[in-house]
Design a protein around this ligand. Structure first.
Ligand SMILES: [Zn+2]
Length: 466
């Protein structure tokens, strides 16, 4: 039992519900060896009353953390009668011009620290800011990717880095605008970047394929990347976020975006369709049938006025989903899950829309967020898996959250109400400790590096303002 850390919790939330008196063994590499219910505490370190798995964040553009709140004024750029996703995008492009590797690391470290304190233990970073502001590759073409990996390591969060293939400015294949030059890669450059990123991956890192969107990647290039990259990796793509994009796709490619993917691409469990907001019944059924993950980002989708994903219909046909904080107008799994449910309640004028057999609404939402997020990451994270009737083991990374049983939201709560009370009761954090890869990243609600990282973030954002 060399190097094994031995813990004990009163209750651990497994894929089949709460288990009592759980002994938890974690090996020196930060992976679970065993979780055994109905154990004696003995001399094990006590974690607390309520332990749940860490929550994966399946969609992030880290640099956007520093522009949250800068696009909330009508007609911000002038000339636009109605603000929309497309006017927001102009603000985002302006901001994206000024971020460089050092400032990206400072912003991402602040963001990832906030994620850890909120209960996210892994992030899928959808990364398209590849080149220098003049559009030329850096001396190290992976400089921006390395900045993201370094930021994740600084604070100890797990990361799936998804370098993005971004080639054209629309479905008609028009070239990228001047402000999109930083994103540009051809297929060969892209594959080289992916290889470099994979070589740079350390513990708690992995890499995946990523197509910005159907409007930004021609069909032949998607095929070329998929054929050249045979290793089993996650595949992410933005899709059907906006009605305009759906109409353009129908006009140019003869099908709605998700339908086009279903007809033309080898969709399977590796794929995450980010947003997939505008989908019809056939597309919903197709996504569920192929086992893809719908990557839902309710706070950003609300902020951008994207529309509402048909959650209830999707769950009815067995669809899988996870959550992402995307533009980081909110960095909180509880807020994402609340918004996901409340959006549905507001349009249907009913309550408790998310469902799963024998689960409360909060339990159903969190179950999907953990399972779908883990699937989207392609990393060995997520549920504490059942090995047999008595033990939960396997080699997955030891990520967990210890909830604060003394938080007002959780005092005097019993098993059936704990998850719902965490997700649907107030805004004071009920997170006490967070572990990633067997190491404590957050203790008593706080990350130990928070002052240093916040100061560097403040200096960085002030400098960017100039
Ligand atoms: Zn996005």
């Amino acid at each position: 039992m060399d190097g094994i850390k031995r813990y004990f919790a009163d209750h651990v939330w497994m894929v089949d519900g709460w288990h009592l008196d759980v002994a938890i063994d974690i090996d020196a590499s930060g992976h679970f060896v065993a979780l055994v219910p109905r154990s004696e505490r003995g001399d094990r370190d006590y974690l607390g009353r309520w332990v749940v798995p860490g929550v994966p964040n399946l969609h992030s553009h880290a640099f956007q953390r520093a522009m949250a709140g800068l696009a909330e004024r009508r007609g911000h750029l002038g000339g636009h009668e109605q603000d929309s996703f497309w006017t927001w995008r102009e603000v985002m492009y302006a901001f994206a011009q000024v971020v460089e590797p050092e400032s990206l690391q400072a912003i991402a470290a602040q963001l990832y620290l906030e994620m850890l304190e909120a209960g996210y233990t892994h992030v899928c970073e959808f990364h398209y800011l590849h080149h220098a502001p003049n559009g030329k590759p850096y001396a190290d073409p992976a400089a921006m990717s390395r900045a993201l990996l370094a930021a994740a390591d600084e604070v100890g969060i797990g990361i799936t880095l998804l370098p993005v293939l971004y080639m054209s400015g629309g479905f008609d294949g028009r070239p990228l605008s001047e402000r999109q030059q930083r994103f540009r890669c051809d297929v060969d450059q892209y594959l080289r970047l992916l290889e470099t990123v994979e070589q740079a991956c350390g513990p708690r890192h992995n890499a995946g394929l990523c197509f910005h969107s159907l409007r930004a990647v021609p069909e032949a290039s998607m095929r070329a990347v998929l054929e050249a990259s045979l290793a089993p990796r996650p595949v992410h793509i933005h899709v059907a976020e906006q009605q305009a994009e759906v109409l353009e796709c129908v006009a140019v490619r003869g099908a709605r975006p998700v339908q086009w993917l279903l007809n033309n691409m080898p969709l399977d469990e590796r794929w995450s369709l980010i947003h997939a907001t505008h989908v019809d019944a056939d597309e919903i059924a197709g996504m569920a049938r192929q086992g893809v993950v719908a990557g839902l980002c309710p706070s950003t989708e609300g902020n951008l006025g994207d529309g509402l994903f048909p959650l209830e219909q999707f769950m009815k046909v067995g669809g899988r989903f996870g959550i992402g904080s995307d533009s980081h107008v909110s960095v909180s799994p509880t807020e994402e899950l609340r918004w996901l449910e409340y959006g549905q309640r507001l349009v249907s004028q009913r309550r408790n829309i998310a469902f799963s057999t024998n689960r409360s609404t909060g339990e159903a939402l969190l179950t999907y967020a953990i399972g779908g997020g883990a699937q989207a990451s392609g990393a060995s994270i997520g549920w504490f898996e059942e090995a047999d009737v008595d033990a939960y083991t396997q080699g997955s990374r030891a990520d967990l959250i210890v909830l604060d049983e003394t938080a007002p939201a959780l005092v005097a709560r019993d098993k059936p109400a704990v998850i719902d009370s965490w997700l649907f009761s107030g805004n004071r954090s009920a997170i006490r400790h967070v572990m990633v890869g067997g190491e404590w990243r957050v203790r008593e609600g706080l990350h130990p590096q928070r002052l240093r990282i916040a100061q560097r973030y403040a200096d960085t954002v002030s400098a960017l303002k100039g």
